[in-house]
Design a protein around this ligand. Structure first.
Ligand code: DGY
Length: 324
């Protein structure tokens, strides 16, 4: 019997997927789920045929360039792959894959949850009740901002943004604006009437809610900064389910503190898992621990997507989700 490819999985994955990986490959798992050190990742690159990391593992040029490297494919568990030095992988001729599509709906749900929660003061209201501070209904108690009919501005208009647009437009009657210089117009959702803006500032100036959906690249680092907040309405909210480094977090804190914008709903942070200590104290923000894709169904589907990519690669086929 032919020997199975050796794969190393860097974190715990849903049990069902680990079982399938065990059947298909000679797989090593991380049962304790403790993040692997850089040294451990480098060692794994020399021992396995495939490395299966996730979005919190930094697969940088040192890890990729390890002497006596054996890994030929990196199957990333996540749609985002800014944790991997793609140029280094390309020059080392390592194939890299990601997990698109399967997390689109769940991530769009979290963007809407954040938008609704921060606008209608859901976190704050729950804390208020649970601490016993609620004295009863009254006409001016905890008034938030309306969502239905307000304008949603999307920065980046890929799959997840379009799923947010669909929910917001068809469910909440929100007019949609978007800025995305790269989107292919022939791939756009036909059931949502969204207006494309030529400039990022056009979205920032007009939107009541600005939601970020662009990838994290050198170009998008701190795309949203002090000057962006100055252009937004003082009643506007920022929602981020993409990547933390797209926003200058110190500038966001200042904009919230000085009421340059009204509030923010965040699932991602510049230095995860660290969250700016001032954000933790603010009532006009809703903070989640990077939950975008965190449903059982989606996390299983992401794992199965990695498995299918790696399996195809070792069968000599082109993996469906190849990004390098
Ligand atoms: C991703 O896949 O890139 C998310 O951030 C985690 O699901």
């Amino acid at each position: 019997m032919a020997t199975k490819p050796v794969v190393i999985v860097t974190r715990r994955w849903p049990a069902l997927v680990e079982e399938k990986l065990r059947d298909a490959f000679d797989a090593t798992f991380n049962h304790d789920d403790v993040p692997m050190t850089k040294e451990a990742l480098m060692k794994a690159m020399g021992e396995a045929d495939a490395l299966l990391p996730t979005v919190t593992d930094s697969i940088d040029k040192d890890v990729i360039g390890v002497p006596h490297r054996r890994v030929r494919i990196i199957g990333n568990f996540g749609v985002g792959f800014n944790n991997i030095d793609i140029e280094a992988a390309k020059s080392a001729k390592i194939v890299v894959t990601n997990t698109p599509e399967v997390l689109t709906d769940c991530t769009a749900d979290i963007a809407m949850i954040l938008l609704l929660a921060v606008a209608r003061r859901i976190g704050e209201g729950e804390r208020h009740l649970r601490t016993g501070a609620w004295t009863g209904w009254r006409p001016t108690h905890m008034m938030g901002k309306r969502v239905s009919g307000k304008t949603l501005g999307l920065i980046g208009y890929g799959r997840i943004a379009q799923a947010v647009a669909r929910r917001a437009h068809l469910g909440f009657g929100m007019p949609i604006l978007y800025y995305d210089p790269y989107v292919r117009k022939d791939t756009l959702a036909a059931d949502v009437h969204a207006t494309s803006c030529d400039k990022l500032d056009d979205v920032l100036r007009q939107a009541d809610y600005v939601s970020l959906h662009c990838p994290s690249t050198a170009e998008t680092r701190h795309l949203i900064n002090a000057s962006s907040f100055a252009k937004m309405k003082p009643t506007a909210f920022l929602i981020n389910t993409a990547r933390g480094d797209i926003v200058d977090e110190a500038a966001l804190v200042q904009a919230l503190r000085e009421q340059i914008i009204f509030g923010a709903g965040l699932d991602v942070y510049e230095r995860e898992p660290k969250v700016h200590s001032d954000l933790m104290k603010m009532e006009n923000v809703v903070l989640l621990p990077h939950l975008g894709s965190a449903s059982t169904e989606t996390r299983q589907a992401m794992g199965m997507r990695v498995l299918a990519n790696v399996d195809a690669f070792f069968k000599g086929q082109e993996p469906a989700d190849r990004v390098a």
